[in-house]
Design a protein around this ligand. Structure first.
Ligand code: ARG
Length: 282
């Protein structure tokens, strides 16, 4: 079989490929280990399905733009995971608003989501998830020095509150609205969390509901503090299409491999140990 009909055959098997010769980006420079696979899945001639990952930067330290470049824990982790995932290589990254990622996945614009996305029953109605790779709760973020120090979600009643559209943080606020605790007019939805935090600093809103690890990054870098946390017991997973069980298992295998080979611990140290002020050079 020549290369063209080989690629055609791959495409016909439902693999949605857009090949352009060699790797463009993100194809294997993210991790530092070599030679830990013994299955030969990376040798040339073996069928490799190229996948495109989607993310939503503005969620530090998981994904953000630094010096014009997409970086973060999720970016490094997924790249390392795919490198260890049998039969797959990462073609590159596409950026979406968080609330559009699931649709981008189900309409084949991307093949996986790496965006600090919480595994929820609701989302599982439309997409699948890998095994969890991170735990989080929700934090109530307020202005530094503010006299408003909400200790619970209910304390948000009568105040202006913000969150990112489509997030679980927004879901908590929506519940407050649905049960009549918070007036709908007191909720501001933002396309990205950094905009919500700016509005908080400016006094346009009084609190932001946001994932704990990201709240901590903002505490380090902006004039905000956490007044309380809400124990939601969330877990992040990589999103995959429901009919893409092969990719799901391959990514789960990759996750296990990066935990075993130390890469997961290295990346945790790189992005979380020093208060979120890491640069990407090694
Ligand atoms: N964990 C939350 C959720 O799943 C927030 C995720 C926001 N992620 C992002 N990349 N902006 O809804």
């Amino acid at each position: 079989m020549d290369r063209r009909s080989y690629l055609k055959a791959l495409g016909a098997s439902g693999a949605a490929l857009t090949l352009a010769g060699c790797t463009s980006n993100g194809g294997g420079d993210g991790s530092t280990t070599t030679g830990s696979t013994t299955t030969g899945s990376t040798t040339s001639g073996t069928q490799q399905t190229r996948i495109v990952a989607g993310t939503a930067p503005g969620f530090q330290p998981f994904e953000m733009i630094q010096d014009g470049e997409l970086v973060g824990f999720d970016i490094d982790l997924l790249e390392a995971v795919v490198e260890q995932a049998d039969g797959y290589t990462l073609q590159g990254w596409e950026q979406y608003e968080f609330g559009s990622l699931i649709q981008a996945l189900t309409t084949d614009k991307i093949d996986t989501i790496a965006a600090g996305m919480t595994i929820t029953e609701k989302r599982k109605e439309s997409i699948g998830f890998t095994n969890p790779y991170w735990d989080a709760n929700q934090a109530l973020l307020v202005r530094e020095g503010s006299s408003f120090q909400p200790q619970s979600l209910e304390d948000l009643a009568g105040h202006k509150v913000g969150a990112q559209s489509g997030t679980t943080g927004e879901g908590l606020i929506q519940d407050l609205i649905d049960e009549g605790t918070l007036a709908e007019s007191n909720y501001n939805a933002y396309p990205k969390y950094p905009l919500a935090v700016s509005d908080l600093e400016n006094g346009n809103i009084d609190a932001v509901v946001i994932d704990t690890p990201v709240a901590e990054t903002f505490v380090d870098s902006r004039d905000v503090v956490v007044s309380a946390t809400v124990d939601t017991g969330e877990q992040y997973g990589f999103g995959v299409r429901q009919n893409d069980g092969d990719l799901e298992s391959a990514l789960n295998g990759g996750l296990e491999a990066v935990r075993d080979n130390g890469t997961y611990a290295d990346l945790t140290k790189k992005w979380f140990a020093s208060g979120g002020t890491t640069t990407t050079s090694e």
